[in-house]
Design a protein around this ligand. Structure first.
Ligand SMILES: Cc1cc2nc3c(=O)[nH]c(=O)nc-3n(C[C@H](O)[C@H](O)[C@H](O)COP(=O)(O)OP(=O)(O)OC[C@H]3O[C@@H](n4cnc5c(N)ncnc54)[C@H](O)[C@@H]3O)c2cc1C
Length: 477
């Protein structure tokens, strides 16, 4: 990895150039590499980002890592968590609980994983070494998309995206902008105070100083601390300022500071994720405050949605218009997560007495229990718009012990009653007898799944199944 390559007009254009080798760009390059596309991926930095950012991803994202062939390595470096998150007042009263589970959920994996972002990004980058047709150019700061002779250019170039500027996307502000200090500490495992820390993620709803405390993995704990009026951001990490803020839990004898940063948490979506050959994914097209631990996850879902569509257009003669379904599907889905994070932000960030009184009145009857949202995709590549079309199909284990996606690879698939699938001729992978409980719940006998495992169509009889297969956006094999 690491060499740069000069591109010129007489070199055959690469299929996809990716600007930005953060987590989203690196995942997209892995997925495109697996699909056999030629990829050039660029990053201005040589090393992965060192400051504290993502610590959590969900079961769907682990399933995406599975489809990239990296789940086992990532599972070994991360921690499934049986504990969700709790929103607590200083009095100890619990306002809200986000459920957690370390048991395999509908995606075939635990629903919550905690990790150290540099480790995850390193695994994703190392994964690219599997593909001769994926070339990694580190230390290459792109100043214009015109430098790139690729058939498609995807901007995974983060919050200040160059590709977004070239597209001219329109920013939609969802209302939350707040400064927070983020500090990772390495705790002394022998300290009794360390052992007394909550195992769950604590959203500490203290109007005097809202904070988040996360059990990351190993000895690493995360404090996110909201800046208050009068704070000097430059001094917050100095020992006489930092340790008193978290004295309720730990002192300098129990842990040492590993790294820190002050961020403005934003809530933004961009409209305009595509213009011709230019596309966006990840923080380049949406940013969320981290109260749900879903910013990177949202970008990973972008990558999974976009990867199979790019592969279908480049390799399988799918119409170019398939790429227009990317934003129409993903934007409302991403927005649902960001809007929930903003609502959670209004619970934890409340400092005004009237706001606190209104908040507490909302929870007077007891705490609210919630899960991660499971929104349907927006309208796009599916037969119809009514759920379960556009919903993520679960991943059961097959009779031979494999998880379902292992049998499908990067293809369309049909699950359903064996009798209905008999003698079906299709380029899709047929899985007779799979998913019958789910199908019964949705009043259908078969379902066509897209390569990203979202439901393309459901069928109550053979005629509906044949019609669905005839409408697939790829040419017959
Ligand atoms: C405090 C905090 C906590 C968070 N916690 C979570 C969490 O628990 N779970 C979660 O899912 N998300 C979380 N997030 C969000 C998550 O970190 C981001 O969403 C994610 O890192 C975005 O990934 P990305 O690849 O889109 O962009 P980035 O990680 O920003 O990567 C963009 C890359 O593009 C490169 N680049 C930019 N411009 C150019 C150019 N012109 N030429 C070449 N290279 C370029 C940059 O060097 C960079 O490497 C958190 C964020 C913060 C700040």
């Amino acid at each position: 990895m690491g060499g740069t390559q000069l591109l010129s007009a007489d070199v055959a254009p690469t299929d996809v150039a990716i600007v930005g080798c953060g987590p989203v760009g690196a995942l997209l390059a892995n997925l495109l590499g697996q699909a056999g596309l030629s990829v050039d991926i660029y990053d201005r930095e040589r090393e992965v980002y060192a400051l504290p950012r993502a610590v959590h991803f969900d079961g769907e994202v682990m399933r995406i890592f599975q489809s990239a062939g990296l789940a086992d390595r990532i599972a070994a470096a991360t921690r499934p968590s049986p504990h969700g998150a709790r929103y607590e007042e200083p009095s100890g009263r619990t306002l809200m609980i986000r459920r957690g589970s370390d048991q395999p959920g509908p995606n075939g994996w635990s629903g919550s994983w905690y990790f150290h972002q540099p480790v995850l990004e390193t695994i994703l980058r190392e994964g690219l070494g599997r593909f001769d047709h994926v070339r990694v150019h580190l230390g290459r700061d792109l100043t214009s998309v015109d430098e790139l002779s690729a058939r498609f250019v995807v901007g995974c170039d983060g919050a200040r995206s160059l590709v977004r500027a070239a597209i001219g996307s329109r920013q939609v502000d969802l209302g939350l902008h707040q400064l927070w200090l983020v500090v990772d500490v390495l705790t002394d495992p022998e300290s009794s105070r360390t052992r007394a820390l909550p195992p769950y993620s604590l959203q500490f709803c203290d109007p005097a100083r809202p904070m988040t405390l996360v059990n990351v993995n190993g000895d690493r704990r995360r404090w996110e601390i909201m800046l208050m009026p009068g704070d000097d951001p430059a001094r917050l990490i100095e020992p006489d300022v930092f340790w008193p803020m978290i004295a309720r839990w730990l002192g300098p004898g129990d842990a040492r500071i590993e790294r820190s940063a002050v961020y403005t948490f934003h809530s933004l979506v961009q409209e305009g994720w595509r213009k011709g050959r230019l596309l966006l994914a990840g923080d380049a097209c949406h940013q969320t405050p981290p109260f749900l631990g879903q910013g990177m996850c949202t970008g990973m879902r972008d990558a999974a949605n976009l990867a199979w569509k790019l592969a279908a257009v480049v390799k399988d003669d799918a119409p170019d218009s398939l790429l227009d379904t990317y934003e129409s599907e993903r934007l409302p889905h991403a927005r649902a997560f960001i809007e929930l994070a903003v609502r959670l932000g209004s619970v934890i960030q409340a400092t005004d007495p009237a706001e606190i009184a209104a908040r507490n009145a909302r929870f007077a009857e007891g705490s609210t229990i919630f899960d991660f949202p499971q929104p349907q995709l927006g309208p796009g590549c599916g037969l119809g718009v009514e759920p379960p079309v556009g919903a993520l199909f679960p991943q059961p284990r097959l009779a031979d012990g494999r998880l379902m996606d292992e049998a499908i690879g990067q293809h369309f698939a049909v699950v359903g009653e064996a009798a209905l699938l008999e003698s079906v001729r299709s380029e899709a992978v047929l899985l007779p007898g799979v998913g019958l409980d789910w199908l019964a719940q949705h009043g259908s006998r078969a379902a066509i799944l897209r390569p990203d495992r979202y439901v393309y169509a459901i069928a109550r009889d053979r005629a509906e199944l044949d019609a669905g297969l005839a409408a697939l956006p790829i040419r017959p094999a």
